[in-house]
Design a binder for this molecule. Structure first.
Ligand code: ATP
Ligand code: MG
Length: 747
């Protein structure tokens, strides 16, 4: 039997075989016929394509492609698609949309360097980890002239462009995926396509040159990616009335770190080295921690020249460039500032040595100012000013927080300068295409505050994604006049409520607890359990842990460090130090920091310390996220999901388990499932009548296609809940066409 009753979509997440059946429809018995192609589970957990030799009782004998013969339980098999569907360029064309079918199709294409595949409206990109011959002017021209229409980032950029012109609506290209999946490369490929329109007017080139600058200051080598973006990025590209690029605006999110340290040390010319008192990379404490001073295949000195050249192109003056590098050097030297203990309570002062003197010189302050900011804290208690001496560990934390926020301010300032230089000004038409390159859903063995924020953002993006798909489906049904109330969709509003509800949501409770001086990660965890246990997306775990049921699966978070990470660590004394500095940039940074310290924390919860008046990290993050969503809401979205086929950053290795987990996390399987929950098979009345009309017993030659179609549906007893008749098309639940095809093939 191919036909299964329409089923509700079950929640996402890995499931047992029985759950799997519920989701995909029971297709196994259909497939397990002689000579049929099926998928079987190998001992290593992978799926393998094989052919049924015989079936007897509840067992089948199977032949694997390399000739090996296996005997397995028939019910463990999954139907495979006929050979003619191998490697189709849209997963929706597959007759069976099961997990192994999707995995197999992507792998089949990947092995031929066809790294792009559509999943309905979504483009899936599997990272090739090598140069593939899919880019450059010829390809760009082919997609522009529509002589090529296979799935590609160029095709997505091209439809964004066309739709922007046709509908006069702003567009967005939303790229997601986990670290190392290829988001930033994909964003650059999309930008190249859009920039190629310009014909070399200049601004396109400037926009492309923002990439090396942002990557130098915002990317770092990590375990998972040699060029990992430590920030999210939205670049809004503006178009003139004749459809040429006329400017751009970049917005960044989150935390950042640093190729530029290595590039500066390796590539600065002698005069700059002297001026900034640069040492070798392996002599800085901050850089020594990783013990990794170079990246295979990357020449830091050459990169430094590329970056300064790019800065010239986007009109950052020589003087500003020197100021920027002075700050980079100051951050590096800060790490070498050390302390001596001055009393038996472990209170400290800075050591006035080379490091302290260089930092003071680069910032434009005295070593005494620096000492004050790093060894003492001014507080207001009951309206009285008091000075607290810092202990060694407090002083080290204060120093590191200063270095971090100096660098963050520097990055923010650089982005501002780039935006000024690319600003659209008078030529603006208001029409734009935004490209979003943002970290995807993360679930590790241990998940902390960073994953908490990232996954919250992805929950929002997922809702955006769902609503868009929902709208697309709805439009198609309504256009064809069918009863669309029978289509079910999953919504993640519950999970978003868990995060956002006031006052009893994860974010509010975190902020409240962060302001209590005596709160600990454990009291925070207990508070969550006390207030949120009734929420179906929340699960309290033992000790300091809790779990959230995300759309992509359940994630357990460890609250260790949550409170501290949420409190902005930079103290007022540090901001005041920067305000006092004579160098150009620190003063700008300080005034910016002061203007940002709006207070979102309700008065009763405020502690008396002056520095609690700042926005918490989670609130800042939420604010940025809402701004982002607002911007995206008014655009027509185009989705690209990047997939990392292995963790080794190597070509030609496709790990099924890894790919499957990402397909779940980035919602590709969800798209497939949504499509299955409605009426995924659509065929025009004409096509249906032509294909199956000859099966009818009565003569219908003179009748119109609609009547013929209805007669076919009746003769083959297709149940009314299994299809709907639209104005132009028939809509079928999954599996229905298989029955008719079987009859047709037997006739
Ligand atoms: P992160 O979240 O860490 O920033 P990411 O998703 O932005 O990761 P990228 O930096 O874009 O990942 O890609 C990682 C690496 O994968 C690239 O440095 C490049 O080597 C390779 N890569 C990605 N996409 C392609 C492509 N289309 N062609 C060739 N190589 C690619
Ligand atoms: Mg990246």
């Amino acid at each position: 039997a191919t036909g299964t009753a329409p089923r509700r979509m079950s929640p996402a997440g890995a499931g047992s075989p029985s759950q799997r059946d519920a989701r995909w429809g029971d297709t196994s018995s259909y497939g397990a016929r002689k000579k049929h192609r099926v998928f079987c589970h190998l001992p290593n957990g992978d799926w393998a394509l094989c052919t049924v030799i015989t079936t007897s009782g509840d067992e089948s004998v199977l032949k694997l492609s390399e000739g090996k013969v296996l005997r397995l339980k028939t019910e463990s098999l999954e139907a495979a698609n006929p050979e003619i569907l191998d490697g189709v360029d849209d997963l929706m064309q597959l007759s069976y949309l099961s997990e192994p079918s999707v995995l197999y199709n992507l792998q089949y294409r990947y092995s031929q360097d066809l790294i792009y595949t559509k999943a309905g409206p979504v483009l899936v990109a599997v990272n090739p980890f090598k140069k593939v011959p899919l880019y450059g002017n010829e390809y760009i021209a082919a997609y522009r002239n529509k002589t090529k229409d296979s799935p590609h980032v160029y095709a997505i950029a091209d439809s964004a462009l066309r739709e922007m012109k046709r509908d006069e609506v702003n567009q967005s290209i939303i790229i997601s995926g986990e670290s190392g999946a290829g988001k930033t490369e994909t964003a650059k490929i999309a930008m190249q396509y859009l920039a190629s329109l310009g014909g070399g007017g200049g601004i396109e080139y400037e926009i492309l040159q923002t990439n090396p600058i942002l990557e130098a200051f915002g990317n770092a080598k990590t375990l998972r990616n040699d060029n990992s973006s430590r920030f999210g990025k939205l670049i809004e590209i503006h178009f003139s009335t004749i459809g040429r690029i006329c400017g751009a605006m970049i917005q960044t999110f989150g935390e950042r770190s640093y190729h530029i340290f290595y590039q500066l040390c390796a590539g600065a010319p002698a005069s700059l080295r002297d001026k900034l008192s640069l040492k070798k990379v392996d002599e800085y404490k901050y850089l020594k921690q990783s013990c990794c001073y170079s990246i295979a295949g990357v020449d830091d000195a050459q990169m430094f020249r590329t970056v300064t050249e790019a800065m010239n192109i986007v009109h950052i003056s020589k003087e500003d460039q020197d100021n920027v590098f002075a700050m980079v050097s100051a951050v590096l030297w800060l790490g070498d500032v050390s302390f001596t203990v001055i009393d038996n309570e472990n209170h400290v002062e800075i050591v006035v040595d080379e490091a302290a003197e260089i930092v003071a010189r680069l910032l434009g302050c005295s070593t005494e100012d620096l000492n004050l900011a790093l060894s003492k804290r001014h507080m207001k208690v009951n309206n009285e000013n008091i000075v607290q001496k810092l202990t060694l560990s407090q002083a080290i934390d204060t120093r590191d927080a200063l270095a971090k926020s100096l660098y963050a301010s520097l990055f923010e300032w650089l982005v501002e300068q780039i935006n000024k230089s690319l600003s659209v000004g008078k030529r603006r038409t208001g029409r734009s295409i935004s490209i979003l390159d943002i970290y995807g859903f993360e679930s590790f063995d241990r998940n902390s505050f960073e994953q908490f924020c990232i996954n919250y953002a992805n929950e929002r993006l997922q809702q955006h994604f769902n609503r868009h798909l929902f709208k697309l489906e709805q439009e198609e049904y309504v256009e064809d006049g069918i009863d669309w109330a029978k289509v079910e969709f999953e919504d993640n509003q519950n999970c978003l409520n868990l995060f956002e509800k006031k006052p009893l949501g994860l974010l509010s409770l975190l902020d409240e607890e962060s302001t209590f001086p005596n709160a600990t990660d454990l009291t925070f965890a207990n508070k969550l359990k006390q207030h949120l246990n009734n929420n179906s997306c929340f699960r309290g775990e033992r000790g300091k842990a809790f779990a959230v049921r995300h759309y992509a699966g359940e994630v357990a978070y460890d609250t260790s460090g949550f409170l501290e990470k949420n409190r902005d660590l930079l103290h007022m004394d540090s901001i005041q130090l920067l305000a006092k500095c004579k160098s150009a940039l620190p003063q700008i940074f300080a005034s910016k920091m002061l203007s940002q310290s709006d207070n979102p924390i309700p008065a009763p919860y405020r502690s008396s310390a002056a520095d609690s008046q700042k926005l918490s990290v989670a609130m800042k993050f939420k604010g940025q996220l809402f701004q982002l969503m607002q911007r995206l809401e008014s655009t027509t979205p185009h989705f690209i999901r990047c997939i990392k086929p292995n963790n080794l950053q190597l070509p030609a290795i496709y790990e099924q388990g890894l790919v499957l987990q990402q397909l779940k996390c980035c919602g590709v399987l969800e798209v497939v499932r949504i499509s299955r929950s409605g009426y995924p098979t659509r065929m025009t009345h004409q096509k249906f009548a032509r294909r199956y009309g000859f099966l009818l017993l009565e003569d219908v030659a003179s009748q119109d296609p609609l009547s013929v179609s209805v007669a076919i549906l009746h003769q083959f007893n297709i149940l009314p809940e299994m299809y709907q008749v639209g104005y132009t098309k028939l809509f079928f639940r999954t599996g229905q066409i298989g029955k008719l095809e079987d009859t047709r093939n037997r006739t």
